[in-house]
Design a protein around this ligand. Sequence first.
Ligand SMILES: [Zn+2]
Length: 751
Amino acid sequence: MKAQLMAAVAASALLAGCSQANGGDEMASANTAALPAENAVPEATGYFAAESTLPFEAPDFSKISDDDYRPAFEQAMAIHSAEIDQIKNNPDAPTFENTIVALEQSGAILGRVARVFFALTGSNTNDTLNAVQTEMGPKLSAHSDAITLDPVLFARVKAVYDNRAAMSMTVEDAALLEDTYEGMVQAGAMLTAEQKDQVRAINTKLSEVTNEFGNRVREGTVASALIVDSEEELAGLSPAAIEAAAKLAAEKGMEGKYAIALQNTTQQPSLPALENRATREKLFRLSVDRNDQPGEYDTRMLIAEIAQLRAQKAALFGKPDWASYVMYDRMAKQPQTALDFMEQMVPALAATQRREAALLNEKIAAEGGDFEVKPWDWYRYAEKVKAEKYAFDESAVEPYFQLDKVLEDGVFFAAEKLYGLTFQKRTDLPVYHPDVSTYTVFDRDGSELGIFYFDPFQRPSKRGGAWMSNFVDQSYLNGTKPVIYNVLNIPKAAEGEVQLVSFDNVNTLFHEFGHALHGFFADQKYASISGTATARDFVEYPSQVNEVWATHPEILSNYAKHYETGETIPAELIEKIERAAKFNQGYDFGEVVEAALLDMKWHALSAEEAAAIKTPEDVDAFERNSLEELGLEIGLVPPRYRSSYFNHIFSSPTGYSSGYYSYLWTEMLDRDSRQWFMDNGGLTRENGDHYRATVLSRGGTMDYFKMFENFAGRQPDVTPMLVARGLTGDDSAADAATTSDGKLPANTVSK
Ligand SMILES: [Zn+2]
């Protein structure tokens, strides 16, 4: 049920989201009355009324028009509500079948509409679809709330749940029951009427305050643009950048001056190029002090209020803090687990930060500088050192990566080697854009496994980033096989030119197909816990693991061939990319760890502790103490987002709060799994089949630690991640440890 509702509420919750989180809130707190109850289920009409007659029930885009969605949503919600009423009004005593399974099967039409609709609003939207989305968002949210907070429905679910010890269930049945029950409890089904009122009041207040936070950050970021009087102060920037700066200043009513807009992160992209140290410092301070100074953009008291409201809400649910409340369905489960995980990296990280700073100071001195490195100098000198140590030219790499070869001879080839899959291009299925191609995926025994849609190119109607999701979920109950799409944003080559892709996009292709494999190997009865329907701190793990094969010699030699000469990419070139990626991790990785730690610290406060943060200075002190007590060099490496402009965690009621650590957590699982593959012979069918059996086919049906243990024979270990990040000591040690069987580790951060 959860996934069906979530799909309806916000498809992004279902997407295996691969871009950095943008603070979107998956469960808005609309609380309108339930839709009118009907006893009979209304008749469905229109395209979405029936299952698609195409192979695998793939959506028939030739038969869907933009005008279909609004009526389809309205009708599908009414039908879903009527189905829920039938479950509630069933005269028979509640059973697993007539309540839990019935709920799972309800809302089928709504799920069908939502999966297609939200796929298109992500990858091929237009004004009509955007208007439908704006209108339907609150309605879908209210529809979802009406079901999860229905006391009669919950009484039936609880009756089944309370009887679970006496029931005979499969592991998957038990997982579905647990998920359904926990989801409703989490929404507030167990609360008294008075407590529900309090939750509603907190939700409303949280919406207001977090919305205000987002507004102030947006406005404060604009207002904090760097303004300088002369071109000399911007020495080092390109003529085009200087021209843009003059134009921006003029737009701001400061003709003759120069303005540089701030980007959302603490570090600013212009800093490395700026030769004038005073300009660098000015720009950096504007960024790092954003929304943290007295005045109209100050967000500090909003942070204090958000922290307090969240802690109060958690307390109503009997939880000690907000993190404990929101992490109930994560792999890590407890805030302390995530904190311990991050804190164990701190000593190595702090040492690396100091080592890197020393290296940069050497470079500064060698150039005759009489200062020590500060955050505003960091990337300027890091780039210089990097260019000396690891010189390579990205444009020298691209000719080896042709898009169709990367996909068919690289990504698909790796899937064949590991899992025995084969692929056949189709031309018979309607697609939503001419650039989309489709493939039938065949399993190791030759049977059909599912359909793969591939939508690679950038276009104005597509949002940024890369992602994977399903048009049709795998489910034995529904008799459906997976229909999966990967969406990327590769710049399209000019007509008639060879379509080449960057190394970064090669990794993204392997990454997104890792999500697709997780979806294709789904082996579940129930759609809502099948495939990638897993925890936020787990779902990015299989996709990251798949990136390792992009640089495996056997795979590389099959796909990475120069488009003119046919020569396979030289190993030295790949090695250079890999080595360069390990450089500067004290900063790159450190700023992410610090942001993730800040997130957890703010959300580990009890209601009393949060209430003790009363002034803007208290907010600053809390932030500083949270990081300094761990021994991190925050004067040198400030967090990627300081609290005052940390949109991911403060700009919506839930957003990514207590979840920013997930990027690091899944990387730990990924790196440790790569180690397992290396230790067990690397690229073999045996290894692939084992990974499929223990992880990729398990969906969200079991405890994730148990799943990992079934795969690796032990609990996850952070060491391989630290090695891969070059955080274990000097360069040579890190290098030696990553090439145990001649394979080169992939290097990108998660997408
Ligand atoms: Zn991903």
